[in-house]
Ligand binder design. Structure first.
Ligand SMILES: [Zn+2]
Length: 605
């Protein structure tokens, strides 16, 4: 099969085109909703300002009206922006799409600013106001959202301070993140073997390539390129952390909080859960270290080098090829082994043209799953090149799509799940496919699967914990003052040594600046949710064999509850386990161990 017959997605079901009458009508409706919310805000100003503390019908009805208006506007805004993103994904240079995107972003910013007083007020409102507010068809589904948000009730500042802080973040906190992006975009990496210098993105691409000499050259080039900027980069980290620590100090007026309070809240997990997970990984650190050793061995080394961390299987490209139809039918079979409805869903995705798989000149790299909020239908984006990896990625994205599909009848307030739970269905789907192909695949395919299992174990159980370790020790140290670039490198080295042990030839001392994740302004500790998602999904996967026929229903119920319960509650309810105890996590690590043992067996033959 030639790549010419790869499917294109059909999004005309949503809009005729950017700027078409149906598109403009939705945009106009969002803008009008913003104005209507502003009018309600004016009406409720005495309550929002704190001048009026008494509940009244005007207050409750006003709040409920904002809920309705913002939900409707949110659906349309999401639909419009998904449509534009889809257009830009197949053609990054689409000029009308770029223009429409900036308009949508402006409208989105207006909507979220307009919503702020309502959010601040309801987060801190008296219990009776919240109870009355939730007592309507429109708002009853919001109970979980507000229960979670109100966990920070005693951490609130005065309403006017909350508004000021939100406004100033743009030019304070977020400006540091912008600066990082600008530096990253301007760095030139010297690649003597290519006789030229390239940007960081291109150089990083070579780290994922099969040519070791080029990986090594790119890695050294990247280190060299960033070295020039170590002063501004350390200023970025110091100020991001300084801003946050100061905010946490101000919020600690009633009870003291530390730097993990908000990341944990965003992740919908408890501290005991995070600690139990990290302790479990630390206690079984030999498992992922064996993965690193096996990877080194298959690269012909005794210890892995830092430029090998992202390397593909040394036998990549030698396995069987999987044309699109074949890939889809293998995924269908793998999904069907859990539940016939899961397999049927794969066929629905294909039949309705909800998958974009073509190879196009201006297509954006990568793969993702998205969805239209108006029709509640998912879409999958990918450039499908027929390798095992791409088939596995397709399964991953179809896993995400299935997650949203089983939630399609739920109220909007139940749809948003945290990053910790977001990868459950996708990693589950990947694992399902790998196990299905498993013993039936040819030798090179089996090797490729074993390699990616080892590489995942090393990434999620060594690299990510090292990032978490570094960030934690950095925030601890930052409380006592700023850290120099040299000190940040020392902390990085210590964290890498603790987790990698002797399994790596040298540590990446500049990782604190080469890794974007530490300098994201919108979120801190953008690391432990990855390890969580990986082990959590494997833990659920392990239940499949134990539960037999009853598993499929439990699985769908778990997915449906991801937006209306914490991770602890979901697992307690459906699997009867307490993830605040190490046992659940140790169970997942045992699955990883089996996979690593298979890899070692392959290598010894
Ligand atoms: Zn994913």
């Amino acid at each position: 099969m030639g790549t010419s017959s790869l499917p294109a997605w059909n999004n005309e079901t949503e809009y005729k085109a950017i700027g078409a009458p149906d598109f403009n009508a939705d945009l106009g409706q969002v803008q009008s909703a913003v104005e209507q919310i502003q009018a309600v805000n004016r009406e409720l100003a005495p309550w929002f300002d704190g001048a009026n503390k008494d509940a009244s019908a005007t207050l409750i009805q006003g709040l409920q009206k904002i809920s309705k208006l913002s939900e409707e506007a949110g659906i349309l805004l999401s639909n419009l922006s998904t449509y534009i993103n889809c257009e830009l994904s197949v053609d990054a240079k689409n000029a009308p799409a770029l223009k429409a995107m900036s308009q949508i972003q402006k409208t989105g910013a207006d909507l979220s600013t307009t919503m702020k007083p309502y959010e601040v007020y309801l987060t801190g409102a008296p219990e009776n106001v919240l109870r009355d507010y939730l007592a309507s068809k429109q708002t009853e589904a919001e109970a979980f959202i507000w229960r979670e948000r109100r966990k920070m009730k005693d951490l609130m500042l005065a309403p006017s301070e909350e508004m000021t802080l939100a406004q100033f973040k743009q030019f304070g906190l977020h400006a540091w993140g912008d600066l990082y992006d600008q530096i990253s975009g301007s760095i030139q990496v010297q690649l003597p073997s290519k006789g030229k210098s390239v940007g960081v993105a291109e150089a990083s691409g070579y780290l994922r390539g099969s040519d070791e000499a080029l990986r090594k050259e790119a890695w050294h080039g990247i280190q060299q390129g960033w070295k020039t900027f170590e002063e501004p980069c350390s200023a970025i980290l110091n100020n991001l952390a300084g801003f946050r620590l100061e905010e946490y100090r101000k919020r600690s007026h009633t009870r003291a909080i530390d730097f993990l309070e908000f990341p944990l809240m965003d992740s919908k997990i408890e501290r005991a859960t995070l600690d139990a997970m990290m302790e479990a990984v630390q206690s079984r650190i030999q498992v992922p270290r064996r993965a690193l050793k096996a990877m080194a061995k298959s690269l012909g080394k005794t210890r892995i080098d830092p430029w090998d961390i992202l390397a593909p299987s040394p036998r990549a490209g030698k396995g069987a090829s999987y044309p699109f139809e074949k890939g889809v039918s293998l995924i269908d079979e793998a999904f069907t082994s859990v539940d016939s409805r899961m397999g049927e869903f794969v066929r629905t995705m294909v039949k309705n043209n909800w998958i974009e798989a073509r190879v196009l000149p201006n297509k954006k790299p990568g793969a993702y799953c998205t969805g239209f909020m108006k029709s509640r239908t998912p879409r999958v984006f990918q450039t499908y090149m027929e390798s095992y990896n791409e088939m596995s990625t397709l399964a991953h994205e179809l896993g995400h799509a299935y997650h949203s599909w089983v939630m399609r009848d739920l109220p909007v307030a139940h749809l948003e799940y945290p990053m910790t739970l977001a990868e459950t269905a996708s990693i589950f789907a990947e694992t399902l496919l790998a196990d299905h192909i498993g013993s039936n695949g040819d030798a090179d395919t089996r090797f490729g699967i074993a390699w990616s299992n080892a590489s995942d174990a090393a990434a999620f159980l060594v690299n990510i914990p090292a990032r978490y370790e570094f960030e934690k020790s950095f925030y601890e140290a930052r409380k006592n003052g700023t850290l120099s670039a040299g000190e940040l490198s020392e902390l990085t080295d210590k964290a890498w040594r603790k987790w990698y042990g002797e399994e790596i030839s040298e540590t990446e001392r500049q990782y604190w600046m080469t890794k974007l994740h530490f300098s994201i302004s919108g979120v801190s500790f953008y690391n432990f949710p990855y390890t969580f998602g990986y082990l959590f999904s494997l833990g659920i996967y392990a239940k499949r064999a134990q539960m037999g026929a009853g598993f499929s229903k439990a699985y769908i119920d778990i997915l449906r509850d991801t937006g209306r319960m914490t991770a602890e509650e979901v697992i307690q309810k459906h699997l009867g386990e307490d993830i605040r105890k190490p046992d659940f996590w140790l169970g997942s690590i045992s699955i990883v161990e089996k996979k690593i043992a298979e890899f070692e067996k392959l290598l010894s033959h």
